[in-house]
Design a protein around this ligand. Sequence first.
Ligand code: AHG
Ligand code: MN
Ligand code: MN
Length: 344
Amino acid sequence: MAEFKKEIVTLSEFIIQRQADFNYAKGELSRILRQIAFAAKLVNREVNKAGLVDILGAVGSTNVQGETVQKLDEFANTKFIEALISGGECAGVASEENEEFIPINTDLNSNAKYVVMIDPLDGSSNIDVNVSIGTIFAVYRRVTTSGSVTEADFLQPGTKQVAAGYVIYGSSTMLVYTTGNGLNGFTLDPSIGEFCLSHPDMKTPSTGKVYSVNQGNFLHFPQGIKDYIKWCQEIDKSTKRPYSLRYIGSAVADFHRNILTGGIFLYPATTTAPKGKLRLLYECNPLAFIIEQAGGKATTGTQRILEVMPEKLHQRVPLILGSSEMVDLAVKFYKEHEEKVAQV
Ligand code: AHG
Ligand code: MN
Ligand code: MN
């Protein structure tokens, strides 16, 4: 027989192959993931022509097709929510773009068992400057058993996530997700419009040479974080220091690079933002679940991110995440200083 190359595994095929991983084998979660992937393709299409907005018409005006031009983050929000509604398995969505959670009460969704939390467009300040942006999502099983979802369905600790993932709209577009059985990455082949398995069973190195932090805020950081950053900058051959500072300002893009190369990402509390900047439910928790699946760690500095009990939908938490050895050391610096202060 002639030799044939190994077949390409598309995301849809992969989801079917891994159905058994999902415990909830009725295909409900699979459908949610497929709906998210579908909306991601729509967003990808818009991201690719974002530079044309000025030519086609400014935000709020009408483009050549007679459609109103939307801000990309509003567009992404709408597309993800519409996709989740039409999939029928999602009972409610909490989004960065909406003050309140959105219950989905259509006939189609009346038996839906899942809720989704989403940052539809992460890194929005980078849209206009042609720098990578992303989408982050987390899926939970709802805790209420019937009727409309309530806030309790959304205020669950990250340990309860049944799936989480991100999409990066970069030099190529990728969707990376986990259901708690490892982490897999898929690259969009634009010629066939399919996400294809390109990064099976992703693992992050236990250490790396990259630290990612908005160093412009240095003077506002807790002393222990300052000490750790200074340590990253010191010259020491044996530990390959100084490390390189890499900071894109789109959490997804910084995260994606660090997961592949090894590294640490920090968004600590600052004197001006005492809880940090990033949101627990749709930024920190999904990224924490993902990094743990890749062998890394995520913490507030004092507590594992996934164990933080959420109190509010748009709650912020300080975040340190990445390669396990690097996170451990940053936490050591942080705690040492906090303990010194406590003793005074
Ligand atoms: P979003 O665009 O969803 O509001 O998120 C922006 C976040 C995150 O992507 C990034 O890591 C961080 O804000 C950057 O903040 P600074 O500009 O303060 O560094
Ligand atoms: Mn974000
Ligand atoms: Mn956002």
